[in-house]
Ligand binder design. Structure first.
Ligand SMILES: *Cc1c(COP(=O)(O)O)cnc(C)c1O
Ligand code: SF4
Length: 312
C-alpha cells in the first residue's frame, strides 16, 4: 500500500488524530502484510467473501480516496486488480441466486462510493435478487473527501441508493475514528446522506494515539448520535503483522468500553467486538459488569454494589 491522502485531509494534518491515521511513518516497503481475518480463504467467487452463513461481503474494488495506515486489508489497498468487471459481477449474482439463504449483502472494499460506476452496476443487479433482503455499504468517502459526495457520479449512485432504500432496508456504514474527523464540511455531507432513505450507522477501530481514551470516544459517540448516526461496532484493531504500533491494550479498551456503557444512551453506545483470527469471526468482548465471585455488580457511578441489592 502506498501513501495516499486527499487535499481535504491534507489541511487537517496538524491534528495528530488525523495525521496518525494517514501519514506513513512506519510502513516498511515490501512487507508481506497478513490476512488476519482469513478473508482470502472465504472468497468463494472473485470479490465475494462468504464467511457467515446468511450474509456476505463484496469487495467492489481495492480503491479508496485515501489510504488508512491501519487498514485490515492493507495487503490489497491501492491494487487496481481488485476492481470488479462485468463477468465478476455476473458470477457474484449467480452465486447469490444459487445460495438464497444469503439475505444480507455488505458492499465494501476499498470504498464502494469511490468507484461509483462499478458500485451502481453491481447494486442494480443485487437489488433485483428476491432473496437479498438487506443491503449495506461501508464507506469513508464523506470523511476523506466530503465534497465528493456531491460529485455527479456519486450523486447518481446515492440517488439509486435512495430509490433502493424504498424497496429494501439500506444501511450506510460510515467508518469514523475520531471526533476531529467531524468537521463542518463532514457534518454537511452526513446531513445530506441522512436525507436519503437509509439508516446511517458508524464503525470505529480502537487506535493508539487516535482514540484510545474515554473522553475522545464519548465525544465522538455523542456527536454522532446528535447527527442521527447510530454507532454499530467498536473494533479491537486487527492483528495485521506490521501494524502492531496501532494496537491498544485490550484491558484498557475494556475499561473504556465499560465506561461508555455507563454514560451513553444504549442507542449511542457501540458493541465492542474483536474479530478473532483464523476466520472465527466477530465476538463481543465481555465487559464484566457483574463480579460473580464477589456477588457484586457495577452501578452507574462505577461503584460496586451487591447483585442482590441491584436486582431487587
Ligand atoms: C463483518 C462482516 C460481515 C457482517 O457482520 P455483521 O455482524 O452482520 O455486521 C459479513 N461478512 C464479513 C466477511 C464480515 O467481516
Ligand atoms: S477507507 Fe477503509 S478500506 Fe480504504 S484504506 Fe481506509 S480502512 Fe481500508
Amino acid at each position: 500500500m502506498k501513501e495516499k491522502i486527499t487535499p481535504y485531509l491534507k489541511k487537517l494534518l496538524e491534528q495528530p488524530e488525523i495525521y496518525n491515521q494517514y501519514v506513513d511513518r512506519s510502513i516498511i516497503p515490501n512487507t508481506n502484510y497478513t490476512d488476519p481475518l482469513n478473508e482470502d480463504e472465504h472468497e468463494v467467487v472473485k470479490g465475494l467473501v462468504h464467511k457467515y452463513d446468511n450474509r456476505a461481503l463484496i469487495k467492489v474494488s481495492y480503491q479508496c480516496a485515501a489510504h488508512c495506515r491501519f487498514c485490515t486489508r492493507i495487503r490489497q489497498i491501492g491494487d487496481p486488480k481488485g476492481t470488479l468487471n462485468d463477468d465478476n459481477i455476473e458470477a457474484i449474482v449467480q452465486y447469490l441466486i444459487a445460495n438464497p439463504h444469503i439475505d444480507d449483502m455488505i458492499l465494501s472494499g476499498g470504498d464502494p462510493l469511490y468507484t461509483p460506476l462499478v458500485t451502481e452496476k453491481l447494486l442494480r443487479r443485487l437489488r433485483e435478487i428476491d432473496s437479498v433482503k438487506i443491503l449495506r455499504i461501508g464507506s469513508r468517502l464523506a470523511l476523506q473527501s466530503p465534497q465528493s459526495i456531491y460529485a455527479a457520479p456519486v450523486k447518481r449512485l446515492l440517488e439509486l441508493i435512495d430509490e433502493t432504500g424504498k424497496q429494501k432496508p439500506f444501511f450506510l456504514l460510515l467508518h469514523i475514528n475520531s471526533p476531529k474527523e467531524l468537521t463542518a464540511e463532514v457534518e454537511d455531507a452526513i446531513s445530506y446522506l441522512r436525507s436519503l432513505k437509509v439508516t446511517l450507522l458508524s464503525q470505529t477501530v480502537f487506535l493508539k494515539n487516535v482514540n484510545d481514551n474515554f473522553d475522545t470516544l464519548y465525544e465522538l459517540y455523542q456527536k454522532l448520535y446528535h447527527m442521527g448516526v447510530i454507532p454499530y461496532y467498536l473494533y479491537h484493531c486487527d492483528a495485521v503483522d506490521g501494524l502492531e504500533d496501532f494496537a491498544v491494550d485490550l484491558q484498557k479498551e475494556m475499561d473504556i468500553a465499560k465506561k461508555l456503557h455507563q454514560t451513553l444512551s444504549g442507542i449511542a453506545c457501540p458493541r465492542f467486538v474483536i474479530d478473532v483470527e483464523n476466520g472465527y469471526g466477530k465476538i463481543p468482548v465481555p465487559l464484566d459488569f457483574i463480579d460473580h465471585a464477589n456477588g457484586t455488580i457495577c452501578d452507574f457511578k462505577n461503584d460496586l454494589i451487591s447483585i442482590e441489592k441491584a436486582l431487587t
